[in-house]
Design a protein around this ligand. Sequence first.
Ligand code: ADP
Ligand code: MG
Length: 748
Amino acid sequence: MKEMDSNIQYLSGVGPKRAALLTQELGISTIGELLHFYPFRYVDRSTITPIREVIPDTANIQIQARVIQVALINRTQKTVLVRTLADNADGYVDTGLLSDLKFNTISRMTVMVEDSSGKCELVFFRGIKYTFNKLLPGRLFLFFGKPTLFQSRLQFTHPEIDYPVQMEEPSQGEGSQPHPVRNASQQEFRGMGLTGVYASTDKLKNAGLTGRQMNKLMANALRLCINEIEETLPDYVLKENGLVNLRFALCNIHFPKDAQSLKLASYRLKFEELLYLQLSLLKQKYVRSRNENGIRMPHVGEAFNQCYQSLPYDLTGAQKRVIKEIRADLTSGRQMNRLLQGDVGSGKTLVAVMSALLAVGNGYQACIMAPTEVLAQQHYANIQKYLAPTGRTVRLLTGSTKTKERKEILPALAEGSIDIIVGTHALIEDNVIFKHLGLAIIDEQHRFGVEQRARLWNKTPGAIVPHILVMTATPIPRTLAMTLYGDLDVSVIDEMPPGRKPVQTLLITERKRSALYKFMKEQIRAGHQVFVVYPLIFESEKMDYRNLEEGYNNISDAFPLPEYKVAIVHGKQTNEDKNFNMSAFAAGRADILVSTTVIEVGVDVPNASVMVIESAERFGLSQLHQLRGRVGRGSAHSYCILVKGDKVSKESQKRLELMCSTEDGFVLAEEDMKMRGPGDLEGTQQSGLPIALNIASLSKDSRILSEAHKYADYILQKDSDLHLPENAVLARELRKEKYQVKDYSQIS
Ligand code: ADP
Ligand code: MG
């Protein structure tokens, strides 16, 4: 057996107790797994800061200082023993008797240290005996940690302790006996300047697995296994991409020789990880592209042309391109799995309708699923208009469809007399059966669970699989979308219909509220409508509902009947109330709609010209962008007013200012992702990443991701089954558990 595969407890410095913790806390159970646990950052140990120049509460820094006094304090705050430098600077003296001392009664040790510029204090609460014996007065050490200010004294709590690298000047006296020389093998795995910092937990730290200790374990592991490390990428891949070999990468990711080596190491490991991710995803796509069981739809059909010819406007270039991409899929004989991305208002609905008509023109049915009742109704109304010139039938099926109507719709669907059905989750209930479902369109897919989508596959007797089009307004960078949505093909509508007016975005504070109300009144008098949105966050739900209610009461007072009509919509209402209020606003019977983010998704009220967002700092950028997209749909000049709280962090302020300065959803999404990490992007939580990433970050390494993507494609084009001898390593690695991707092609 290889050392790498042996249990972590056998690594020197670990043992059974720490092994159990490493497994429990970090999922590390073998020595090899430890080697693949990388530092999450590095600290520069090459710089020494003079004590006088230390600024409290900044990042970790390093000082080089001499111990002048050590004090041991017991649980009753009594100083039990003080150890100082002897007068002749030769050794030290204690004020108490060390032999009487019980270390388990000591709760704290303070150590005064100084360099030529000043003094500061170190504090220890744990490992006191060990540290006491090490920090002898007169000796010089390197201390590394985070400086704080305690009762106006500069302090380091539990700094890491190391010996200075240079020898001390001989003139410094006897107390400074030469520090132990590190043995050569230890030297080998010590970064000269950069030291790795590993993610840790309190439990690990309490077990003595501190940063320094982790560094030691890594050095032990590397020393033990260095000759066993087997390359995990083919030679040609290394060469063609200028990658360093795995051995070099592992040594330098843990103990960088210098900044350049670290860069090479990290690039290699990230590229590898992303390459395997892309290979496993694209491989499925290649398999699917050979799979010829998609419904073939060769015709454009009359309905499509009739609808197209009667449009009051021309399609945008982007809409035309996307429809072409979809048509190519439908005629290919392969089953389509396509993600359609387009900013709010970019005209996805029309693309959906025209795609549905392609299916209809070939004798199939189509369904369009929306996440909410209101949206389904709206789609239904729009689609009816688009379909009027075609004479085709469209029906609506939602949770509130009356039984009588339902009894009419279900058989009609089963016998094929309904061409297009629009609806909500009601569409995937078991009793909904189609004669021949050819295309399923899912709007705002992130509101649908994965299993729910899977149920669309069994809607037609005979297990004929429909083409799938998923539409989303969440702008995700293309490369990221490829990763998040597995083997879905991605189409992007990156052009707005002409005539859309920019939305003017303003950031105000509470103090401007009366001016805000005055402005809202002017807008309402001019015949427009206003959205007012409150945050609703799961963790603070109770409080948020109170704020919403309070806000609604304030607005109702400030905008009294009969002159003004205020509607309210939130998640605690019954569906009936929700629909009633929502429809009242959509139909113009209410001037103001106060709500939580339920309106975020898709509703179209062209007459609304103002979007007020309360406590705007509590929303993510993408969410703010979605909300803002609700206005600016009509002919009037539109406004988005962000009301921020009194105490807003610098970061939030920056985000809100960015909102005011750009309307580009991709810029905002990218920024959002940088700040929150891609895991937080709405919709990604549900679908999740197909593979857990260890070192690469989808938001920070998008360039490497797109290189890896291109390269994976290039490999598979030549050898889609990875059967060639030079790809044997790739095939072997891909079979490993960590690269097993869930098969998204079956569920999207
Ligand atoms: P999305 O669903 O992408 O947010 P919609 O499909 O609701 O966008 O379209 C937004 C508005 O733009 C609708 O009122 C629609 O009628 C209009 N629209 C769509 N395509 C065009 C076009 N090519 N030219 C002009 N207006 C368009
Ligand atoms: Mg829409």
